[in-house]
Design a protein around this ligand. Structure first.
Ligand SMILES: [Mg+2]
Length: 352
């Protein structure tokens, strides 16, 4: 039995909703055109979470001008600004629709809509029932396009190439066997392929940023010769003791923090729930877990982190690495909640 209504009929029905409640209509059209819903404020974010309306959204700071500039007029910003000045700054920074969430009703030509938190709550409930009603139609016609791209995230050293510790020249590149085949299979299964790599050797002064870029380019080229194409390589040059080196700031990008993955997820609209991370260390899996990826593989090649604890009671390298991050509660939670599998070869990675 197929209960789906045609896209034309769905559009008509939505247009009717649009007439009744412009803000809801606007919302629906944004979703249909794969827009991003952005919450600029903790209250709004909580309301979205509570409502469990199945929209992709992300929370950003009102100061994050680069991100705000990247939004288009289809995207929607829910903002809890306190006054005209903040709204004015936001309106200048972005071409997204601005929905001002405020208890105080003041007329503002700077926002497209103003709602109170109570109204927003009602609106989300309405949207939720509307989505329930049309769920299968949305899924089949539009929603699939929204954050539906799967990704295979891979650490570089110890996963793609043999890790000799601070790889510092292209001559040292040795691809791990099976990696090109895995990438080819993943591309065929419509995954985007990303390498997400910490290269603190730059911040430590062991090699230059240009050299790190060149090694990345060489690895990509060697893989391309085998018909395995990588969409993007992102690199964190930072290490925790290197605040001042140019290009080495941004601690949030260094794994186990999830910054690099989040960049890719937003840029390529990645559906984290169907994406995969392959790493050879605890921090790779933690970064992915924090970004929402739930399919985590730990390769036992590389630095043999999974050796059993020696009789002295000393923890294995893997456990020791986990220990290092337990002081950041978010990180220790991230791996507890997720399951990861250890694999001896890439053939064990499930792409379906
Ligand atoms: Mg590694």
């Amino acid at each position: 039995m197929n209960n789906l209504i045609s896209p034309e009929k769905l559009k008509l029905e939505l247009l009717n909703e649009f007439k009744k409640r412009p803000i809801i209509g606007s919302f629906l059209f944004s979703i249909m055109s794969e827009a991003r819903i952005v919450c600029l404020g903790p209250l709004t974010e909580d309301l979205f979470k509570e409502s469990m309306v199945p929209f992709p959204y992300c929370r950003k700071s009102i100061q994050d001008f680069d991100f705000l500039r990247s939004l288009s007029s289809r995207d929607m910003c829910f903002v809890e600004a306190h006054g005209q000045t903040e709204l004015w700054r936001l309106a200048r920074a972005t071409s997204a629709q601005i929905i001002h969430v405020s208890d105080k009703k003041f007329d503002s030509t700077l926002s497209d809509f103003t709602v109170t938190p109570g109204e927003l709550k009602l609106m989300l409930a309405e949207l939720k029932s509307l989505f329930r009603k049309y769920r299968s139609d949305f899924k089949s016609h539009w929603i699939r396009g929204s954050f539906s791209q799967r990704a295979l995230f891979m650490d570089r050293d110890g996963v793609v190439n043999v890790d000799y510790g601070y790889l510092s020249s292209p001559e040292q590149i040795k691809l791990i066997s099976g990696v090109a085949d895995l990438i080819k299979k993943a591309v065929k299964a419509k995954f985007k392929i990303f390498f997400v790599t910490n290269q603190s050797g730059v911040a430590r002064g062991y090699f230059s940023r240009e050299m790190a870029d060149r090694i990345n380019a060489d690895i990509r080229q060697q893989l391309a010769f085998e018909g395995a194409f990588v969409d993007e390589v992102v690199t964190a040059f930072y290490h925790d003791g290197s605040e001042n080196l140019e290009g080495a700031i941004e601690p949030s990008r260094r794994k186990p923090r999830p910054g690099m993955l989040i960049e890719l997820i937003e840029k390529y609209r990645i559906d984290v729930s169907s994406s995969i991370m392959i790493g050879d260390s605890a921090r790779d899996l933690q970064a992915a877990a924090l970004a929402g990826v739930r399919s985590l593989y730990l390769v036992s090649s590389g630095i043999n982190q999974l050796e059993n604890s020696p009789p002295t009671g000393k923890p294995s390298k893997f456990e020791a690495e986990l220990q290092k991050w337990t002081d950041w509660s978010l990180l220790s939670q991230a791996l507890d909640q997720s399951q990861f599998q250890t694999i001896d070869s890439f053939e064990e990675v499930k792409l379906s």
